[in-house]
Design a protein around this ligand. Sequence first.
Ligand SMILES: *Cc1c(COP(=O)(O)O)cnc(C)c1O
Length: 451
Amino acid sequence: MSLDASRNDFVELNRRHLWNPFTQMKGYLESGPLVIERAEGVRLFDLDGNAYLDGNSSLWVNIHGHNRPELNDAITGQLGRIAHSTLLGMDNVIAIELAARLTAIAPPGLAKVFYSDSGATAVEIGLKIAYAYWRRVGKPSKRGFLTFRNAYHGDTIGAMSVGGIDLFHDEFGPLLFPVERAPYPNAYRFDGTEHECSTRCLAAVADILDRKAEEIACLVVEPLIQGAGGMVTMPAGFLAGVERLCREHDVLLLADEVATGFGRTGRMFACQHESVAPDLLAIGKGLTGGYLPVAATLTTDRIYDAFLGEYSELKTFFHGHSFTGNQLGCAVALASLDLFERDRLIERVQISAAEVADQLKPVAELDHVGDVRQRGLMVGIEIVEDRDTARAYPWELGTGARVCRRVRELGMITRPLGDVVVLMPPLVTGLEDLSMMTGILSRAIREVTQR
Ligand SMILES: *Cc1c(COP(=O)(O)O)cnc(C)c1O
């Protein structure tokens, strides 16, 4: 179909042939869906040429803006050499180069990179490595997982098993393996100080580990902030406390930084805020600057070495994907890391995050805003019916979705998490665009909640 085919033609083809993720297709197709045609910087353009600020980094992936010449060149340059060859039992130069770069910027001790292609697979691989590790070292009873309530780790069966969002996961319960769950310290719903909340939740983790550490392979956590669970922030010190408990109980720590990695929280990785060194690190989303689907699970030499042996010892990690170590993806990931350095992007994120916090102060005072939660450039604005009691709107009203629809009419794209409205701009977003974004959010929230 030619590009000047009308928007309606595409929507009709969508209706006939495309099933969108996390989307109720019935209402969606009736709602006048947006069809994106191109993008430039932090703006997406639809088929009619309307511009929209990319307020959620195209679902939390975009870092340096769209259509960045440096990233485009990395892909086309690589394309002239090779697009893809397998990493199963052989190598490619770009995947090796990227593995070396990633281990150099990751928290200390993470020396090995296992590639895959989505955040969910990066988590699955972490779970399988943790489970298999304890078998390799003669402690096969350590085969369970400790996770947090309200967690999100992806949509495949294993990743759902360690997740805890009822709306997404309940239906599939019979397919999932059982896990231990601890409360995530959401201080904003706790009558007491952040410190008390943190202490109470650490005690809950300690209690489970005291009783069950011999059966637990690994603790899985979204460091600093639960993303899809509603941008729920942890109190300072909690993550370091979790790490300490894992060490004391000889339980591996898997940090899922698929959302928080690559600068979102104001450090390259969220673990670095508390000098936490996980045994396993899952990354994805921003790894390629948001250009191509590459993900990875990083781990330590201690774990890697447990899998070494003669082939006949059956210590091999039997896992892999067709596109593991894809060269186009790895090439653009390397170019993205170059841009982080050249643009001093992490420092810029810290400045932008402080600016956004300032701009959102009046939003936090709005009648129907219960809470504004932020870590770096990850922000959740919780809309409530009653501010004093934090009573939510009836979920059927879809208040968060209505706010986001209004946001779109005002020229910006984002997606709600229930009634939590997300602001997660590309890290390069300039101060003027950030202020347009917060202005649009503020206006949309006021208009929708005052109706
Ligand atoms: C998005 C996300 C995932 C899943 O990543 P996909 O690439 O969508 O499979 C896993 N964990 C966290 C914390 C995420 O935000």
